[in-house]
Design a protein around this ligand. Structure first.
Ligand code: PHE
Length: 337
């Protein structure tokens, strides 16, 4: 067989190939171990004339290159037509299926908003564990053993003196032991109480604690910080007020109210006709608490406050049942996208 007839037969054969199996047969026929081109190479040993041998070598190499080029081209064609086959009947100009966008949980939204207001006032964020020692949750915070204040903080007790924390105030203890004043910290987190679940109670809920300790911190500093916070959260036109209260870890203590966001202070069912909504507890850190964590109460003073995130979320978004925040029904959660 001469060179051009091999070339012609390769062209003919490759044009008949229409699948991967046919392509392998083609490759084997010409370039395989016993292929035509391979045989030609091995036949070269019988050529004695040097020049003739050289010419034969060049010619056979050209055949081999051509065979490989034809095979590669066919391979690409097969692949392209396979892709086209897969898209047959598909309108590639149709819009894609939308990916549904998720949303942050309203409690996350509100916590982040509270955090950001205090971060702008120069506070930093500190977190503590939900499984807390009785010492940090109660004793260091100046709760006397068997004090009635403990009744409101009944919780889930574990063996060996640990419990599920009933408030974020133990983070005060941890932070004050860890850092030296001046301190300006907020502590968001989950807390637990042995409360029966209803429209305004849950045994698991969230708080944001805040406190500041330095020389010359006064009650006016507490009022200034909280007034600014409440105006940022509920609007500038609403008044805030402080009512005397009791917490073992603050003295004096106060409940902080804001004018009802629903009726602007006129009186409505949301505020039980009082015109005011109770938002948080606060006060000046009790000297005993400072001593308990090794801070000199003669030199330093501080304030602290703690608020419930659920309550603020419910007021902000006009949610009338706390259970909605925990049922995680997507129809409810979708509204916060
Ligand atoms: N820890 C208190 C509670 O959960 C709130 C509070 C925090 C009050 C800080 C005063 C100061 O009820």
């Amino acid at each position: 067989m001469d060179k051009s007839s091999i070339e012609n037969s390769m062209k003919q054969d490759i044009s008949a190939v229409n699948d991967a199996a046919g392509l392998s047969v083609f490759k084997a026929k010409y370039n395989g171990k016993k292929g035509i081109i391979t045989e030609l190479f091995s036949g070269m040993k019988d050529i004695t004339d040097k020049e003739e041998k050289k010419q034969a070598g060049l010619a056979i190499n050209e055949l081999k290159n051509m065979c490989e080029a034809l095979a590669a081209e066919k391979e690409k064609q097969l692949l392209d037509s396979k892709k086209a086959e897969g898209l047959k009947g598909v309108d590639v100009t149709l819009p894609a299926y939308g990916v549904e966008k998720g949303a942050l949980h309203p409690l996350t939204l509100v916590t982040e908003e509270i955090n950001s207001i205090f971060l702008r006032m120069g506070f930093s964020i500190e977190e503590g564990p939900e499984i807390e020692s009785e010492a940090n949750n109660f004793t260091a915070l100046n709760f006397p053993a068997d004090h009635p204040a403990l009744d409101m903080h009944d919780t889930f007790y574990m063996e060996n003196g640990y419990l599920l924390r009933t408030h974020t105030s133990p983070v005060q203890v941890r932070a004050m032991k860890k850092h030296k004043p001046p301190l300006k910290i907020i502590a968001p987190g989950r807390v637990y109480r042995r409360d029966a679940v209803d429209a305004s109670h849950s045994s698991v809920f969230h708080q944001v604690e805040g406190f500041m300790v330095d020389e010359n911190i006064h009650f006016t500093d507490l009022k200034g910080v909280l007034d600014l916070f409440l105006k940022e959260t509920f609007g500038n036109s609403l008044k805030t007020r402080f009512r005397p209260s009791f917490f073992p870890f603050t003295e004096p203590s106060a409940e902080v109210d804001v004018q009802c966001v629903n009726c602007m202070g006129k009186g409505c069912p949301a505020c039980k006709q009082s015109g005011w909504l109770e938002i948080m507890g606060a006060g000046m850190i009790h000297p005993n608490v400072l001593s308990n964590v090794g801070i000199d109460p003669e030199k330093y003073t501080g304030f602290a406050f703690g608020m419930g995130v659920e309550r603020i979320a419910m007021l902000k978004y006009q949610i009338d049942d706390m259970r909605l925040l925990f049922e995680n029904d997507v129809r409810f959660l979708k509204q916060f996208r």
